[in-house]
Design a protein around this ligand. Structure first.
Ligand SMILES: *[C@@H]1O[C@H](CO)[C@@H](O)[C@H](O)[C@H]1NC(C)=O
Ligand SMILES: *[C@@H]1O[C@H](CO)[C@@H](O)[C@H](O)[C@H]1NC(C)=O
Ligand SMILES: *[C@@H]1O[C@H](CO)[C@@H](O)[C@H](O)[C@H]1NC(C)=O
Ligand SMILES: *[C@@H]1O[C@H](CO)[C@@H](O)[C@H](O)[C@H]1NC(C)=O
Length: 759
């Protein structure tokens, strides 16, 4: 490569760098230390703006390689893995720890972070997507026709009927689409318009061997498949939130999980390809943003107007378990629906307890069978029916009671029970899972019941020492269950363990027992007829499904409001979310009581209301930079996150509470006063007068000024202040008080949660 050409193209700092890169210290390390090479993500200063458009892909690769001590490892393997263009300014490469440390000292290098293992956000694996496909909104937006949703996940089974472009018409992707489909041409169509795999451990096609990728893609934008058959007789309609949107598949998760460097490569490609929405149902625990490659890539995406929907994680219900907590991402938690696929336990004494299972065997006995509880006297392995724990227990011909948790999934426990000779299983929620019951594709007749139902079944077993009996009655799908929606026990809870000052999660959407496409058969072993494998569906739970659903809803909003920024789409989703359940009570938490903002965010997504929010709160990308400075990050850290040279002393840093977020979250000590400003834009056609209503958290006085906002035209922006003053914090210290700011016109209600963390 012509160094001179690059040197002329690039600015002085890079020239200095070229000399530094040949620094003996780095070379020496390479000579003397052949210890393990790991993948590092290296953030470097961007080439100057004036030259960027002239640089070819190869120029970029050479620029990035020039930071490396050698181009190849002793084994001949190239060091450079990915040269990123959009998601970050930087690259991924194989380095030893010492080499990475040395590179961090080179001018122009902002940071070198070890690659990070992330995981898919499924707990395990429904038909009420909260969206009426015949509603006026769906027809007006043509079900998001023309929008492109990028799914960063475990790949896809492209030949699944959920991804046909026949049935409901799909025009070709819009002209801005630059992506490519790596499957055989016949496998891609006007539904799946792009598919690519990112796996630096090896090549391969973006086929889904896990199921998670196919499921999330179909939840976001799968076509409408009536009579989707889970296991012979648990049927329903499987339909994506945006059934006419295009899908672009980026396989970034493989059998070993997801690596941040692969995810970043997927985001990089999705930005280059021209997607409208990115769906990210993966992540890890919350960490500072400068260490969080996914958050950094997401910021690059939203700066290009791409909406990023992500999952809150499945580590609930404990406090501060939310992940994907950057304010520029939508963080979706999971809620239950009013549907249940019933598997009812009837005990020998006539008591009945409703559970769920998507495996609804036809003709399972209605005669009472003996029931056994191996965990009655035993450790956690036998309580949870973990592999090997049932070897010395006589379960033959019996119904076996197992708790959730331990080393095996509930479906695996079914296989373990079957192998030991059991004929059926009752899965009882461990304490923390409470009422979140899953309808899974079990391999033998099973009922999954709540913690309290399980407690009463166990109480019966204790009183009936001699011969306790039970039967499982499979009653199929029923609707109208209460409470619904309710926040799932596993859904990640706020506040963020690391990045406080922003309400997280933002919103909840259906994520318990979601029926959608699956790449292979599930449930009990079936005899296939010939080589014909029937199209399969599965019922899965997790915040992954919620994030994918929200990605689909965002695509609908993007088509009906192309001028809205990602922050405005998010504002519309949050300020119109439902705060009451179908019975008119506050949204419940499946672990008991009302959910509150730390579990449910602004509430349950209401797509139709989100399409007509009245007012929106916008945030400019530059405000995020000011926010990052406000977090106390160094110039280097902020520069790496925002991919530009930032001097916080110059940019006027901003406190988290001043970000124009559609929720207000402040920390207050005893007798403190705070003023927070927000700006709203009228996105309704007409003139409108809004009146403020404020409900202060207990222990705080709050008022809004002005109390009226009169808009004379569409697009007009106005600001208001929220004044807060606290009394004695005392016993409230450490708790989060909840209030509400509402702007009401004769047509719209615009709600913003108000959170006060007592310090
Ligand atoms: C080589 O690098 C490893 C870590 O990458 C480190 O533990 C070891 O001390 C280094 N050895 C030498 C001789 O520098
Ligand atoms: C149970 O979990 C262990 C550890 O993850 C795994 O090796 C084993 O295969 C599982 N058992 C079944 C029946 O899937
Ligand atoms: C099943 O597949 C095998 C190999 O792919 C083929 O030889 C066989 O003819 C197929 N059988 C049927 C019934 O299609
Ligand atoms: C509203 O404002 C946005 C940006 O502020 C602009 O792009 C858009 O054209 C405006 N719309 C109207 C109807 O004035």
């Amino acid at each position: 490569m012509n160094f001179l050409r690059l040197a002329i193209l690039l600015s002085t700092f890079i020239i200095i760098f070229f000399f530094k890169s040949a620094h003996p210290q780095i070379l020496a390390l390479n000579v003397f230390n052949y210890s393990t090479h790991e993948t590092f993500i290296i953030h470097v200063q961007k080439p100057p703006k004036s030259t960027i458009n002239m640089l070819t892909v190869e120029d970029y690769r050479n620029y990035h390689r020039s930071f490396l001590p050698t181009h190849t490892l002793a084994s001949g393997e190239p060091r450079l893995i990915y040269s990123y263009h959009n998601a970050i300014s930087g690259f991924a490469a194989k380095l030893t720890r010492d080499e990475a440390k040395a590179i961090e000292k080179v001018p122009g290098v902002l940071r070198a972070d070890p690659d990070r293992a992330l995981s898919l956000h499924t707990t395990h694996v429904n038909d009420f997507l909260g969206i009426n496909h015949n509603s006026c909104f769906m027809r007006d937006t043509e079900s998001a026709m023309g929008a492109i949703i990028g799914i960063l996940d475990a790949g896809v089974l492209p030949t699944h009927p959920s991804f046909t472009d026949r049935g409901i018409a799909h025009p070709p992707p819009p002209g801005k689409w630059r992506g490519h489909c790596d499957f055989k041409p016949a496998m891609c169509n006007n539904k799946i318009v792009g598919a690519k795999s990112f796996n630096h451990a090896g090549k391969g096609l973006p086929f889904d061997f896990e199921g998670h990728g196919t499921h999330t893609a179909s939840v976001a934008a799968g076509g409408i498949v009536k009579n989707a058959d889970v296991l012979g007789n648990a049927r329903g309609t499987a339909a994506g939130a945006a059934p006419r949107a295009h899908l672009a598949i980026y396989k970034v998760c493989h059998s070993g999980g997801c690596l941040a460097s692969d995810v970043l490569a997927g985001i990089d490609q999705a930005i280059a390809d021209g997607v409208d929405v990115i769906s990210l149902s993966l992540g890890g625990p919350a960490i500072p943003f400068y260490d969080d490659a996914v958050a950094i890539g997401a910021l690059a995406a939203i700066e290009r107007g791409i909406f990023v929907s992500s999952s809150a994680g499945n580590s609930g219900p404990a406090r501060s378990t939310v992940g994907n907590d950057a304010p520029w991402m939508l963080t979706a938690g999971a809620s239950s629906m009013d549907r249940a696929i019933l598997a009812t336990v009837r005990l020998g004494n006539g008591e009945e307890f409703d559970g769920e299972s998507s495996y609804q065997p036809i003709g399972f006995t209605s005669i009472l069978l003996p029931i056994v509880y191996p965990g009655a006297r035993g450790g956690s392995r036998v309580k949870t029916c973990s592999d090997g724990s049932l070897n010395r227990i006589n379960v033959r011909g019996k119904i076996v009671l197992c708790h959730t948790g331990g080393t095996n999934t509930s479906i695996e426990k079914g296989a373990i029970v079957m192998r030991a000779g059991g004929v059926a299983m009752i899965v009882v929620n461990e304490e923390k899972r409470r009422c979140t019951v899953e309808a899974e594709a079990h391999v033998l007749p099973t009922a999954h019941v709540s913690t309290s139902a399980g407690g009463r079944i166990i109480a019966y077993l204790r009183t009936m020492r001699e011969n306790p009996t039970a039967v499982i009655l499979f009653k199929g799908t029923v609707y109208g269950n209460s409470p619904a929606p309710a926040v799932a026990a596993f859904s990640g809870r706020g506040p963020s363990a690391v990045n406080e000052g922003i309400m997280k999660p933002d919103i909840v959407g259906p994520g318990v027992n979601i029926l959608a496409a699956w790449p292979f058969p599930v449930g009990p072993p079936v005899v296939e007829v010939g080589n014909v494998t029937t199209p399969t569906f599965n019922v899965v739970s997790g915040t992954s499904a919620s994030a994918a659903l929200l990605a689909g809803v965002a695509a609908l909003l993007k088509i009906s409001h192309p001028e809205w920024s990602p922050a405005e789409i998010k504002s519309a989703l949050m300020t119109t979310a439902d705060v009451l359940d179908r019975d008119g009570g506050p949204i419940a938490d499946e672990t008991l009581g009302a959910a509150g903002y730390l579990a449910a965010g602004a509430g349950q997504v209401n797509p139709t209301r989100a399409n007509d929010p009245g007012l929106v709160y916008d945030i400019q990308p530059g405000d995020y930079v000011r926010y990052l400075c406000g977090l106390g990050y160094t110039d280097m850290q902020v520069s790496a996150i925002s991919r530009r040279a930032v001097k916080c002393a110059v940019v006027d840093s901003m406190a988290a509470e001043d970000l124009n977020y559609p929720a207000v979250s402040v920390a207050m000590g005893t007798k403190m006063e705070k003023t927070v400003t927000r700006t709203v834009r009228n996105v309704c056609e007409e003139e409108a007068v809004y009146t403020a209503k404020i409900r202060a958290p207990e222990g705080v006085e709050a008022s809004v000024y002005p109390e009226k906002l009169g808009f004379s035209e569409k697009n007009q922006s106005m600001s208001y202040n929220v004044y807060l003053s606290s009394g004695e914090v005392g016993g409230r210290r450490g708790s989060v008080g909840q209030g509400l700011i509402t702007w009401v016109s004769n047509k719209h209600i615009v709600r913003s949660p108000l959170l006060v963390s007592f310090a």
